[in-house]
Design a protein around this ligand. Structure first.
Ligand SMILES: NC(=O)c1ccc[n+]([C@@H]2O[C@H](COP(=O)([O-])OP(=O)(O)OC[C@H]3O[C@@H](n4cnc5c(N)ncnc54)[C@H](O)[C@@H]3O)[C@@H](O)[C@H]2O)c1
Length: 339
């Protein structure tokens, strides 16, 4: 005859490996004779063995887009020791993006931030491609193509087909709904936002954006991955503009409106904000750094969702984008730059 004793206890799930995964979860232990049987409440987010395995397995990272952000993300991943495959729409864009990574690493060697050997090893870990099928062995894919929801949904649909079931799909979107991108896949629990800042090798922040469907295991993997890149992360729920862009873009829009109405010059507005508030750069220099096309995409994306006039793009911003004055990347925006 079996004696059944039920006791509620804390179960510590401890796994070994590169990633620390200590979890405290409630469970009920029933003793059948001397044999303990653990029963977990259905919704307590215990990591399955499969999920734990995923957490320990990020070694190959895919990056979609090798522009300002994609190139930077590919670089920091490779510098942290990950094998990286980065894609572009054409050989021309790919070569331009890879050359930018090389120049960035060369500058780091000149400034003695890294050695020549580090530079060579980093470049050797990055492979460029124009064929999406090359993402077939990635454990994590970070999408950093242009800020357009239809394009991003299409990319997520493609990645869902090409990547194995374990692969986590992340987006570097600045403001667009990640829930919509997740809906374009059959794995919404493995989709989240990983929003890096520009320039990626320099900026310490990583916004990790979770949707209501993102699993705890996916979130934990993103946290550990971000830390492995030397970033400090914050967690934010999927919402227009997340934290930083939700707060900074009204300031940029107001600065543009001030230029538009002749209240002050771009230089004086930026000087005032830099010296008056101790900002590293003023809002218009920041807009030039981000890219005015991207700034316009961001405010349009937030405005579409919130209908809040703070995010309405001024005519001057639209005109500059239409004229190809996109900031640093085209050599002219609110300021002029040597290409
Ligand atoms: N610029 C910033 O400061 C900044 C900061 C954080 C996040 N972001 C976000 O990062 C993303 C990229 O921005 P960016 O500034 O690097 O733009 P970018 O224009 O410099 O680069 C985007 C690149 O994506 C490529 N691309 C487009 N479709 C593609 C596809 N199907 N497959 C592969 N590559 C494709 C383009 O050819 C281009 O080179 C956007 O979502 C943007 O909102 C930008």
């Amino acid at each position: 005859m079996f004696v059944i004793i039920a006791i509620v206890q804390i179960y510590i799930k401890n796994t070994v490996g590169a990633v620390a995964l200590t979890r405290f979860k409630p469970c009920v232990t029933i003793y059948i004779g001397i044999l303990p049987v653990k029963i977990y409440p259905r919704k307590c987010n215990i990591l399955s063995d499969e999920e734990v395995a995923t957490l320990m397995k990020i070694s190959k990272v895919g990056v979609v887009g090798c522009g300002q952000m994609g190139g930077g993300i590919a670089q920091v991943c490779a510098q942290a020791g990950y094998t990286v495959v980065v894609s572009e729409i054409s050989d021309e864009f790919l070569n331009k993006g890879l050359a930018a990574i090389e120049s960035s690493l060369d500058r780091s060697v000149q400034k003695e931030r890294i050695t020549q050997e580090d530079r060579d090893a980093t470049l050797a870990r990055i492979r460029g491609t124009t064929d999406t099928r090359d993402f077939g062995e990635c454990d994590l894919v970070i999408e950093a193509a242009v800020e357009n929801l239809d394009l991003k949904k299409k990319i997520f649909g493609e990645m869902d087909k090409v990547c194995p079931e374990r692969t986590i799909l992340a987006t570097n979107t600045s403001c667009l709904p990640i829930t919509d991108m997740a809906a374009a896949t059959g794995r919404p629990d493995r989709v989240l936002g990983m929003h890096f800042f520009n320039p990626v090798p320099v900026m310490k922040l990583l916004e990790i954006i979770r949707t209501t469907a993102t699993s705890e295991a996916t979130l934990d993997t993103a946290r550990d991955f971000g830390e492995s890149l030397g970033k400090t992360y914050v967690i934010v729920q999927d919402s227009p503009g997340f934290i930083v862009n939700r707060l900074v873009t009204p300031q940029i829009m107001n600065a543009i409106r001030m230029v538009e109405s002749g209240i002050a010059t771009a230089k004086d507005i930026d000087t005032a904000m830099a010296l008056g508030l101790n900002y590293p750069m003023g809002p218009l220099a920041l807009a030039d750094l981000i890219g005015l096309d991207t700034v316009l995409f961001i405010v349009n994306g937030i405005y579409d969702k919130l209908r809040d006039e703070q995010y309405a793009a001024p005519a001057l911003l639209k005109d500059m984008v239409a004229a190809g004055q996109l900031g640093r990347k085209t050599g002219k925006g609110f300021y002029e730059y040597n290409q």
